[in-house]
Design a protein around this ligand. Structure first.
Ligand SMILES: [Zn+2]
Length: 415
């Protein structure tokens, strides 16, 4: 008998009490040593389940293998989740509570009654009638992002190991640190992992499947103006502060910004400005779902810059674009089976699959371009990075079922 309780909920409640907040300012890897506390517990539990090769490496990654139990040649499938929680809200002393058999209405959090999960702000609560909803007491985040995913993978693996009649190929387990600070795959060893395809379990509502992310570039504009003593400057000064301001002023007002777009629209977004009379640096991020959309926005920025600079003939301006990441759909479209099998697994779990796109990047997107095609499946997380974060027991159980179905679908298709 394993020492630990088995259900996905018991696991989840155990994992969220371990503080694994990552840090933007740290220069070490993982960014916080405490993330390894969860990593060590997961390895210990994997050993008890019988995953003999489970281990935590120096960078804080957990690797493990569920051996194949079929003679067929099945692609090696990896299930991945991140162990860290957001630096935005404290993850220390998380006190989870369960609202059993939720009957609708706002949920007031007991440790800070100003924290209320309102149906008006969280319409997904309407789909949760009769479910058991886990929240915090209102003083911390919950960490369902992404400990729900961790617990679901752990639970699915336990079920598969204990039920040899469920046939599957080799499965790989990967738990990563530092996803929330954008470094979740910096030190991952894909060769050691040895998987053909992967799935991150880090999505929102039950049934969601994400196979698209933004494509992202960064733009940097460096302006050199002309300085002179302001008392004797007539006809001489070309002020870099004013040049930069003019560029910002010329940006589209009703479109093309994060504050005016949603869904599949992209944007051109100024993120930082450092300026003196002589020199200004203006930073942008450029986002779109297609390469053409990115290019259009970059051409627009270039034309604004050229136009403005015509009025400042003695100043110079340099515009530089750097690639940040690309839409993972470009990779996933080459392996349609990966997303199709996830859809089928969601269906077999009794849900209607819903394909959505992420207005941002994910570790799955980076993994896809590193050679591990990796869409994102729901984990049931809601209101991430806030004290109002919640997840339902029943959604986590559906995610566990989805993982198990997915493993068997790959086996069925193999020969
Ligand atoms: Zn996450």
């Amino acid at each position: 008998m394993a020492k630990y309780a088995h259900s996905v909920t018991d696991r989840f409640l155990r994992y969220v009490t371990i503080d694994t907040q990552s840090s933007h300012t740290s220069r070490s890897f993982p960014s916080t040593e405490k993330q390894k506390n969860l990593g060590r517990l997961l390895v210990q539990e994997l050993h008890e389940i019988g995953i003999a090769d489970a281990h935590l490496d120096e960078f804080g990654y957990v690797y493990g293998t569920v051996p194949s139990n079929t003679p067929k040649k099945v692609p090696v499938i990896c299930f991945c989740a991140h162990m860290d929680t957001s630096p935005d809200v404290t993850g220390q002393d998380v006190k989870p509570q369960i609202v059993r058999n939720y009957q609708g209405g706002d949920i007031v959090l007991p440790g800070d009654r100003t924290q209320v999960i309102r149906v008006a702000d969280h319409p997904a609560l309407r789909d949760q009638i009769g479910h058991d909803i886990i929240t915090t007491d209102g003083t911390t985040l919950l960490g369902a992002d992404n400990k729900a995913g961790v617990a679901e993978i752990m639970d699915a693996v336990t079920i598969l190991v204990n039920n040899p009649t469920i046939k599957h190929g080799t499965l790989k387990i990967l738990f990563t640190p530092d996803e929330e600070v954008g470094h979740g795959v910096d030190h991952v060893n894909l060769k050691k992992l040895g998987a053909d395809f992967g799935y991150t379990m880090d999505g929102e509502s039950a049934g969601n499947l994400e196979d698209e992310t933004f494509s992202a570039d960064k733009a940097t504009i460096t302006i050199r103006g002309v300085s002179a003593h302001p008392g004797f400057a007539k006809g001489k000064i070309e002020n870099a502060i004013k040049i930069a301001s003019r560029i910002v002023e010329r940006l589209p007002k009703d479109t093309c910004s994060p504050e005016t777009t949603e869904g599949r629209e992209g944007f051109l977004h100024p993120t930082d400005l450092a300026a003196t009379l002589e020199c200004a640096t203006l930073g942008f991020i450029v986002r779109d779902f297609s390469e053409e959309g990115l290019r259009e926005k970059e051409v627009l920025l270039e034309s604004i810059v050229n136009d403005v600079m015509r009025d400042f003939p003695r100043s110079t301006c340099e515009l530089k674009f750097d690639q940040q990441y690309r839409n993972m759909k470009v990779v996933l479209d080459r392996y349609p089976q990966v997303t199709a099998n996830a859809e089928e697994a969601i269906r077999r779990a009794g849900l209607t699959p819903k394909r959505t796109s992420i207005r941002g990047g994910t570790d799955g997107a980076r993994l896809s371009f590193m050679g591990l095609p990796c869409p994102n499946i729901f984990a049931g997380e809601h209101a991430f990075h806030s004290r109002l974060e919640w997840v339902s027991v029943q959604d986590m159980e559906k995610a566990v079922a989805t993982i198990i179905h997915l493993a068997t679908i790959w086996e069925e298709q193999a020969t």
